[in-house]
Design a protein around this ligand. Structure first.
Ligand code: PGA
Length: 248
């Protein structure tokens, strides 16, 4: 049985003061089968931990560098995130791929490094609008997944979270329909099955991301291959995130 995961990706939003104000308005009622995760900027991780450590909610990071330590100016290691109590790390978000030139091979190393430090990677994949219009969605996502999973064993693959985030749906207010999101999520699960077998495919959790709000979460979660959501804009408002969590 796969637990539902509701994950907030704050992106480059949230000073320490903003984060404090957010959590003062965030009154969470825990639900057994629904995990809640917040991924603030690195600088807000300690205060996020302060507010969440006595709750059942988890916190995580938006990025990592796949080396133990050393001359990597400006980067953050997996051990540094683990030390701050992170449970999850987002790897290969499309904004990093597009704006910062992150390539599939680097994303694969990040996924591996996160697993090696006993945290869960949230591997992001997704197509552009042009790729979708040209019928290349599966080709693009299939290749992102194959590269990311290449160096992992079946047990590691079963622990992954894969977020399907169509690039055209991110921050656009134009979410994929539940049917379209399910079609790609089912393709992702089939791809995992081909690469790592039935058990891993049944274990891997697949999230949908891209303009998720309180009014579309229910229809998305009704789909059989969608196990949760990765939420950007709507996760910045305590009330909206709580409404999404309640509906999930
Ligand atoms: P959005 O972002 O919910 O603001 O569309 C989702 C994401 O980028 O993870």
């Amino acid at each position: 049985m796969r637990n539902t995961l509701i994950a907030g990706n704050w992106k480059m939003n949230g000073t320490v003061a903003d984060t404090e104000a957010f959590f003062k308005a965030f009154k969470l009622t825990p639900k057994d089968k629904v995990e809640l995760l917040i991924c603030p900027p690195f600088t807000a991780l300690p205060i996020t931990r302060f507010f969440l450590e006595r709750s059942h909610a988890k916190w995580g990071a938006q990025n990592v560098y796949p080396e133990e330590k050393g001359a990597y100016t400006g980067e953050i290691s997996p051990a540094m995130l683990k030390e701050l109590g992170c449970s999850y790390v987002i790897c290969g978000h499309s904004e990093r791929r597009q704006l910062l030139g992150e390539i599939d091979e680097l994303v694969a190393r990040k996924v591996k490094a996160v697993l090696a430090h006993d945290m869960t990677p949230i591997l992001c994949v997704g197509e552009t609008e042009e790729e979708r219009n040209e019928g290349q969605t599966e080709e693009r996502i299939g290749s992102e997944i194959k590269t990311a999973l290449f160096d992992l064993d079946k047990k590691e693959i079963g622990k992954l979270v894969i977020a399907y985030e169509p690039i055209w749906a991110i921050g656009s207010g134009k979410a994929a329909t539940a049917e379209d999101a399910e079609a790609v999520s089912a393709f992702i699960r089939r791809t995992v099955k081909e690469l790592a077998g039935k058990k891993a495919a049944e274990e891997v959790r697949i999230l949908y991301g891209g303009s998720v709000k309180a009014d579309n979460i229910e229809s998305l979660l009704k789909e059989k291959d969608i196990d949760g959501a990765l939420i950007g804009g709507a996760s910045l408002k305590a009330e909206e995130l709580l409404a999404i969590y309640e509906k999930a």
